[in-house]
Design a binder for this molecule. Structure first.
Ligand SMILES: [Zn+2]
Length: 385
């Protein structure tokens, strides 16, 4: 049975336009400022269901009212090949839709942004970016009121910088998580699909990782660029600069530095206590920089308490260890490296156990560790369980 995307409709309210369709009867929508004229809406809807369809091995059928851009359909074939290599459980699926030769209508540059170091660094490097895309499916999902506070504040801030904030809201993450799709995987497809839907001449996706630390991940330099079309391009930006060096670069742009929003706990302010706040405060301290968005780090020894909980966290802790050593805090650097070593020992012990006994013990171990991501069935790779 194919997955059907049907019942397309649009609705305008308070200068916002909502594009909605039904995925096998379940509403899926995306909402934008009315002033933006996007390309074919089918681009967004295909991206939202793609991984679910690939896992289930089902074709995606779109009603005639939902065409898909021709260049998008050719990109998505190449992207599917890579996703299948990353995760052997995924299958190439056909997309049955009316094709449309879309042209680029927004001859501007845009970048995804939520106030963090990576996004701020991209804005600092690329002054030609005049539209800033804020998507609610990351920080905005669990604290919607605080997210709207952040949007209001960032809109004013960016207007002073001569940029226009575009607030993009969608319920795609509720659906993809209900289908068991990991957001670590889905987020890159969401960004690529939304970029091809909006159709800016250039769209920047700020990178999280550097070129020496790459692994299959939703937003990836190999795949992000493949979302580009005939007359527009998607750029994976900042892969050559570490997170701490991006922080240092913001010293040249005090407005962006004072605007950073990095917290894991709060959406519209920084708590100054969570690991991500402390990590950022530590880098600022080492560089003798100050941001009004964060309190000053009182005790550098706090950072030695970091827990490394995933492969994705390793490079950021290693960067800080290197920086600590460079600045003469050898004891802190040793402790951080010890944390990384302990993480790898546990990680490889888990892998060894799986090699020896298969995944028989996996469900028990995952339940004991209460890993929320273990409830997903579609991960970036087969190994990530
Ligand atoms: Zn925090």
């Amino acid at each position: 049975m194919p997955i059907r995307i049907h019942g397309f409709s649009t609705e305008i309210q308070n200068s916002r336009i909502r594009y909605q369709a039904l995925v096998d009867g379940v509403p899926l929508w995306i909402e934008l400022d009315e002033s933006i004229t996007p390309r074919s809406a089918g681009n967004f809807f295909v991206g939202a269901v793609l991984l679910h369809a690939m896992y289930e091995g089902q074709e995606i059928h779109l009603d005639e009212s939902l065409p898909v851009s021709t260049d998008y359909l050719s990109s998505i074939a190449a992207l599917q090949s890579i996703y299948c290599q990353w995760n052997g459980k995924l299958k190439q699926v056909s997309i049955i839709a009316c094709e449309k030769e879309d042209i680029v209508l927004n001859n501007d540059s845009a970048s995804f942004f939520s106030g963090g170091i990576d996004g701020s660094y991209t804005l600092a490097c690329k002054p030609e970016i005049n539209f800033v895309l804020c998507l609610n499916s990351f920080e905005g999902r669990e604290q919607p009121d605080a997210w709207l506070n952040l949007i209001r504040r960032q809109r004013d801030f960016l207007a002073n910088q001569g940029k226009t904030l575009l607030h993009i809201a969608s319920n795609y993450r509720q659906l993809t998580e209900a289908w068991g799709v990991s957001h670590q995987f889905q987020h890159g497809i969401a960004l690529g699909s939304i970029a091809t839907f909006l159709g800016f001449k250039n769209t920047y996706i700020p990178s999280s990782f550097t070129s020496d630390y790459l692994f299959p991940w939703g937003s990836h330099p190999l795949t992000d660029v493949l979302w580009s079309g005939n007359d527009f391009r998607i750029v994976h930006h900042g892969i050559d600069v570490s997170r701490v060096d991006k922080t240092r670069k913001l010293a040249d742009n005090p407005e962006l530095l004072n605007n950073i929003q990095v917290c894991w706990k709060y959406v519209d302010r920084n708590c100054g206590e969570c690991h991500k706040c402390i990590r950022t405060m530590t880098a600022l301290k080492f560089f003798s920089m100050h941001s009004v968005a964060l309190p000053e780090l009182k005790d550098i020894a706090h950072i030695a308490d970091f827990k490394v909980t995933s492969v994705a966290a390793v490079p950021f802790v290693e960067e800080l260890a290197y920086l600590a050593e460079e600045r003469g805090y050898e004891a802190v650097a040793r402790k951080l490296r010890h944390r990384v070593r302990r993480f790898w020992i546990k990680h490889h012990a888990d892998e060894l156990l799986k090699l020896l006994v298969g995944d028989l013990l996996g469900p028990v171990v995952r339940r004991m560790r209460r890993n929320t991501w273990s409830t997903y069935k579609v991960h970036v790779t087969n190994q990530q369980k």
